[in-house]
Design a protein around this ligand. Structure first.
Ligand SMILES: NC(=O)c1ccc[n+]([C@@H]2O[C@H](COP(=O)([O-])OP(=O)(O)OC[C@H]3O[C@@H](n4cnc5c(N)ncnc54)[C@H](O)[C@@H]3O)[C@@H](O)[C@H]2O)c1
Length: 363
């Protein structure tokens, strides 16, 4: 163990990039809640706060402050950009990093079309800088936040990991795909690497406490936070992009997965690293395997919240597909993982967070 700066000993650490964001913060709290005394580890978060709120005068972003309150545990936080090689090296010098969960990225599909360079810089240059630093310090275990976006237009449903990837239009989707290709090449070049790329379908929901949740800056890009902001009165109505798809009611169908289930998927991926001889690149879907339409989501949310969600149907949005949902057999086989929370759970937890924090973390 490395000695800590205050004379205490440090445990092996998990570095979480983007750990102040939505999926990252839920993964951090889940790891800390499930930590056993027999197997101690430190959590180290690096985040540039480009999409996370920190109150004036606070050292840590609000999500992490609340996680520390809820768990009674300390999180090491570094306000830095993953493109900053010096800052990353400093973190690896200060902690005994054992593995990395890499969430930090820009993630708005539409914005990425307007700002491709910013997206490639943050998502690809940042990721390469992180990998260079990991290699420099001999850290080869990585869980990567990928997305079902890498599949593009579904050629068959449900989509399994053998579905072709890369035929994509948005710089965001391409950045996730390129990173996967880079990781495959890394694993081919050096057998020390063990990389699990988790392809999330549509993360929704919030921590059951109602204290941690999704806090998008500006108008939400995703359906669930949009619905919940309409329900709480922050936005006047939901725009439904197209009701003439070949789906159950004409609106788009997606595979929504509770963020707490996703968090559990990351914990299981870390466990896989302990299997003797485990290495190489592995892409794994994380979804429920069931798709719900926009109107089914609206109805479920109204039932969970007791609020009405007015909506208006407008034209289709460029790039949207009619339906996608995951084949989750590989996650069950490799990670012994399956989603355990259903749609009412997802809506109830989202609503509790939204109702108790109508302005997100800035309340
Ligand atoms: N939420 C989704 O719908 C979804 C779906 C599929 C995949 N993903 C992927 O999951 C990951 C996490 O997504 P999220 O929803 O939690 O997003 P988020 O924006 O809430 O979290 C990302 C965090 O990374 C930080 N960050 C961004 N660029 C950084 C940089 N260059 N250096 C350091 N920190 C940086 C942000 O401040 C933020 O706190 C992303 O990689 C995203 O592409 C998300």
């Amino acid at each position: 163990m490395k000695p800590g700066c205050n004379g205490t000993t440090m445990h092996p650490a998990i570095l979480v990039t983007g750990g102040a964001g939505y999926v990252g913060s839920h993964t951090v709290i889940s790891l800390l809640e499930n930590q056993s005394e027999a197997d101690p580890f430190d959590i180290v978060v690096v985040d540039n706060l480009s999409n996370a709120y920190r109150a004036e005068g606070q050292k840590k972003p609000e999500a992490l402050v609340r996680i520390e309150e809820l768990t009674g545990k300390t999180i090491y936080f570094y306000h830095a950009d993953i493109r900053d090689a010096k800052a990353l090296s400093n973190i690896f010098e200060n902690h005994k990093i054992d593995s990395v969960i890499h969430f930090a990225a820009l993630k708005a599909v539409g914005e990425s079309v307007q700002k491709p360079l910013e997206y490639y810089q943050a998502n690809i240059t940042g990721t390469c800088t992180l990998f260079e630093t990991m290699r420099k310090y001999g850290v080869y275990k990585l869980v990567y936040s990928s997305s079902c976006t890498v599949y593009g237009e579904p050629q068959s449903l449900p989509m399994n990991e053998a579905h072709p990837t890369g035929d994509l239009t948005s710089p965001y989707g391409k950045s996730k795909y390129f990173c996967e290709e880079i990781m495959k090449d890394l694993c081919l070049s050096d057998q020390s690497w063990a990389i699990i790329s988790l392809r999330y379908f549509n993360p929704v929901g919030a921590h059951h406490s109602g204290r941690i949740g999704e806090d998008p800056m500006g108008i939400p890009n995703n359906l669930m936070p949009y619905i919940s902001q309409v329900a709480v009165g922050r936005l006047p109505e939901l725009q439904v992009f197209g009701n003439d798809y070949k789906t159950v009611d004409g609106t788009g169908v997606r595979d929504y997965v509770h963020v707490a289930d996703l968090a559990d998927g990351h914990a299981r991926a870390l466990k896989l690293f302990r299997q003797p001889g485990f290495n190489g690149f592995h892409a794994i879907n994380l979804g429920t395997g069931t798709g719900y339409s926009v109107l089914q989501m609206v109805k479920a949310f109204e039932e969970a919240s007791g609020r009405s969600v007015p909506y208006r149907v407008v034209g289709r949005r460029a790039g949207d597909v009619a339906a996608n949902y995951a084949d989750v057999a590989l996650a069950a086989r490799l990670l012994a993982w399956r989603a355990t929370r259903d749609l009412p759970d997802m809506c109830r937890d989202t609503w509790r967070w939204q109702r108790d924090n109508p302005k997100g973390y800035q309340a």
